[in-house]
Every structure is written in C-alpha cells, then in structure tokens.
Design a protein around this ligand. Structure first.
Ligand SMILES: [Zn+2]
Length: 254
C-alpha cells in the first residue's frame, strides 16, 4: 500500500504553496483534489501540470470536481466538471479518478436514473475510456448532499452506470465509520477497491492505531489491496497532527 495525501486540505493556498506544504510534510504521493483549483478553466490544466512537475511529487489519483445534481437542468454543469477533471487527470498523468454519483439524494428515483445515464453513460464514461482513465466511485456519508452512502444505494447507482462491472470503488473509511457501513461495504466491494480515503470520523486524522483502523487495514490486506492509502483530512487539521498521522501510517504500512 502506498501512502498519499489529498491536497484538498490546502485548497486555500496557491497551487505552488499547496504542493510546497505537502512536500514540507515529507509526502511523496498526492491525490490531486480539484478543490485546489479556484475556478475551473480548460487551459489551466497546463498550469497544474507545470506546478506538479516542478514539485517533484507523484500524483497517484485525482478527485473529480463534483456537482450533486438537484435538478436535471444541472446535468451539463456536472458533465463539464467531470470532463475538465478528466482533462486535468490526463495532464497530470493520472490513471484513476475518484467520482461521486453526481446526483442529489433528494432527486426522485426516476430523475436519478435519467441524470446518471446522461452524465456517466453518455458523457463521462466514454471520455474517460478514450483517455485510458479508470473511474472509482466513492461511498458517501449521511452528511453528504449526494446519493450513495451504503450498499443498497451504491448498487442502484452501479446498476445504471456500470453494467459492465468495470468501475472501481474508492473506499472512504471516514464515511463508512460515520454511516456504520464499514463491514457491509467491505464485504460487497472489498475486491473492487482501488483507492482508500483515510481518516477517522469528521475527517479527523488517525494518530494512533485504533482497533477500527487496524481491523480495516487487516481486512483490506486480506483482499490483496496494494493501492493508495490517501489521507483525506479536514482543512482545519494542523501540520503537527498531519505529521503525526503520517508517522503512524509510515509505520503501519511497513
Ligand atoms: Zn472521501
């Protein structure tokens, strides 16, 4: 397993300052969160590419910009966010992109299916395929405005957008602990996990080997997982706490 840091927590800094903060903490790998970009403009992907090369960091995954569509009229915006994120992933040489369902949990099921089809099947999936980028659907928390917090909801989404069974899963442990779905999600998707978002509840960092953490890592190892362990932390987390969490995972992942 490879330790990585989501740079979303430094989204208030300039891009160079963001990468510098990641390096200062001693991380080699990042998940590039599109939150780090204040305004998505197509040609900005060259700026991101330059900054990443200059930093010497390796970008393992990219977290798509996301819109949880509340009305079908917003589909175009969600498609734009998804496509500009894919362009950025291509510029950064990333082959795995984290996606949410992109639909609001308040949408009625009929519209949910229509929006999922129009966003993913008609637009995002073919574009991702043409770029050779794999998509990995993330489990959400009950606090999210999006749809997809448990096996039942994720299955509904996957039955629409992943009839081929090619999509990966981004396992967010913070969300799974908050919804008490860790075991159910692992049982169903353990062998499909290709990225892990790592934090305790409320995106607080783990700084000691709590039983729920070690049991999760042991089970994940049992599924043969050797992908990224991406620390995804609240933006208020102090540099000291991040450093402590990094030291813990450097040790646990040995
Ligand atoms: Zn996450």
């Amino acid at each position: 397993m490879k330790l990585s840091l989501s740079n979303g927590l430094f989204s208030k800094l300039s891009l160079d300052g963001n990468f510098a903060a990641v390096k200062q903490l001693g991380f080699e790998n990042i998940e590039f969160n599109m939150k780090s970009i204040r305004k998505e403009r197509d040609t900005d992907v060259y700026r991101e590419q330059k900054a990443l090369v200059a930093s010497g960091l390796k970008c393992l995954t990219l977290h798509s910009a996301i819109l949880h569509v509340k009305d079908p009229i917003e589909v175009h915006q969600a498609v734009y966010y998804g496509k500009i994120s894919l362009e950025c992933a291509r510029a950064l040489g990333v082959s795995l992109m984290v996606v949410h369902s992109d639909v609001s949990k308040k949408l009625p099921q009929f519209f949910r299916e229509r929006c999922l089809t129009e966003i993913f099947n008609d637009e995002i999936k073919p574009f991702a395929k043409s770029l050779g980028i794999k998509l990995a659907l993330e489990n959400l928390s009950y606090t999210s405005t999006g749809f997809g917090k448990n096996v039942e909801q994720l299955e509904e989404v996957l039955n629409v957008i992943d009839k081929e069974g090619e999509m990966g899963i981004t396992f967010d442990l913070c969300h799974a602990l908050e919804t008490k779905e860790t075991d159910n999600l692992l049982e169903k998707y353990g062998s499909r996990v290709c990225n892990v978002h790592m934090a305790n509840k409320s995106h607080v960092p783990f700084t000691e080997a709590k039983p729920e953490l070690t049991s999760f890592l042991t089970k994940l190892h049992g599924y043969g997982y050797d992908g990224p362990i991406t620390l995804e932390l609240d933006h208020k987390t102090s540099m000291e706490e991040i450093a402590k969490s990094k030291a813990l995972f450097d040790n646990l992942l040995k």
